[in-house]
Design a protein around this ligand. Sequence first.
Ligand SMILES: [Zn+2]
Length: 206
Amino acid sequence: MDPNSPKYVSLTFDDGPSAYTAYILNILKRYNIPATFFVVGSEVKKFPNLIQRIDTEKHVIGNHTWNHPDITTLSKNELWREINSTNIEIEKIIGYSPNLFRPPYSSINDKTAAAIEKFGMTSVLWNIDSQDWHEKSPFAIHQYIIKNLKNNNLIVMHDGDQYGSGPRNQTVASLPKIIKYLIKNNYHFITVPEFHQLAYKIEKWS
Ligand SMILES: [Zn+2]
């Protein structure tokens, strides 16, 4: 890693909104950090106020399907319904719909990737999995991320607790420590759209 080149980090949170989302938003606010939330349509319907808050506080919202299925098992029509119903639900609350999409379980193939692109959505994965879904301790999550840092980091964490990934207390507890470390080490915090713009500008990914 070149110590002189600027370092970037994009925090992303999947599977929300949930009861934990407000805690995460409070932490992000405390440090004035933008993030990107890939939300599930069925949960958006339950927590419209959180979607409103995410948007008001200048974070980016992405689509993570309506029911969190493995999209490679769906027909094109079923996939469209998963994406479109979620977009409609989000638009009802904030007045516009997302164009970023994250496939549940990072399960995607050429066919689904092509369909998603045709629907006008951009698929987003990550280059660091925080492993918070393994129910690691806050310390272990923090250590794991630090050990895997690159110059440009797109990190996945979870604010939702469905889909077999356990309670999110450890994610909430680890976040201030992770953010403090990154600030201290001169990482710039950016959203996923900013991360993509940057990707066009830099030739080499580290
Ligand atoms: Zn998910």
